[in-house]
Design a binder for this molecule. Sequence first.
Ligand code: SAM
Length: 268
Amino acid sequence: MAKKKWGQNFLISQKVVESIVQAADVKNGDSILEIGPGLGILTRALLDRNSQVTAIEIDPELCVKLRKRFSKEERFTLLEKDVMELAPEDLANLIPAPAKVVANLPYNIATPLILRMLPVRKAWQSLTLMIQYEVAERICATPESGKAYGPLSLVGELGFEKKIIKKIHPESFKPVPKVDSAVIRLLPRESGLPPEDEKRFLKWSHLLFQQRRKTLMNGIRQHFPEWYQNCGDSLRDEFGLRRPETLDFTEWMTLFSDYLQNEQNEIC
Ligand code: SAM
């Protein structure tokens, strides 16, 4: 029986499985990290492409089934673990680079897991993930996208080239989830910021995004009073009356470099 607490909505559509494997461009000899192999439907397709699969599964009962199902597969390694308990560096070092992450993720861990993977993203060539459609939209959103645009969109822009490959209907899973899903492909990229500044950027922009409909100056005054005091006229002219939800990623980065220049400012 599927366990809700672990987001067990198993894929039952072979067509969808094929579209994930195709989107990940899985080739002979590829090293794949699969998170949450479940009953192994996607694992089977990955192994059929002659890839080397390392899978992490939290559910001991499923692990028993997986070990049985793939007992003869030398290219399959199973780790019975909670992926969220692995330090990001350990996750990145699990399999040799260049590696690909391919997973139908449980809804409840998709966003925190992507955030954990962000600082070590260079370990992977690509991440092809099935996630909730609404989350995929938020990751890929721009200011033109309306309310989907927010802090998660900045995470997406900071770390990845990203694309929604396909919207997936709930009927492709058992049990049937209440929401649509999407296959999303993330290709890691450089942001130009050192890792510690990326972390600061995300915390900083998250704070300023909290009042998305108020002017930026309002948020700056509330969260960063010293920076507010030191803001030059040109910054006030350029951004003062803008609302957070209207700034594109390049503008966020411009604003952040001004913030960094005010070194005495500390994130509240
Ligand atoms: N890959 C399978 C499929 O497509 O049918 C199962 C996908 S199901 C949406 C998510 C899987 O992730 C389940 O097998 C679940 O037990 C596992 N899982 C949930 N939370 C996990 C965690 N924190 N660490 C590792 N596996 C987890």
